[in-house]
Unconditional design. Structure first.
Length: 106
């Protein structure tokens, strides 16, 4: 599942708009939008597979602990505090995707 999302991002970028070119010259914003569109189409089981294949359990635990320990001391609204682990997870997955795309180009 790890490579499936990367391959789909690459494929979507190269076929959606020929003027965009390939992943070699896509912007981080383009990559993030592609990732969001693909992720939005995944069912819960596929999302769990992506997370399991790309995010260590210790990292997931850190996101949860961070949001419960740190966020209450900061000026963060209660609704945002509840979403903080998810936001951190999406950021982690985006960064992982960016690194994998960079590594594959090398």
């Amino acid at each position: 599942m790890k490579c499936q999302v990367i391959s789909q991002v690459k494929s979507n970028l190269s076929t959606a708009n020929p003027n965009k070119g390939t992943e070699e010259n896509m912007t981080l914003e383009e990559m993030a939008w592609e990732f969001a569109e693909i992720f939005d189409d995944l069912d819960t089981q596929k999302i769990n597979e992506v997370i399991a294949a790309n995010v260590p359990i210790d990292t997931l635990n850190f996101f949860i602990e961070y949001s419960t320990d740190f966020a209450p001391g900061e000026i963060v609204s209660r609704p945002l505090r509840g979403q903080l682990p998810n936001l951190m997870l999406v950021g982690y997955l985006l960064r992982s995707l960016e690194e994998k795309l960079d590594l594959e180009d090398a």
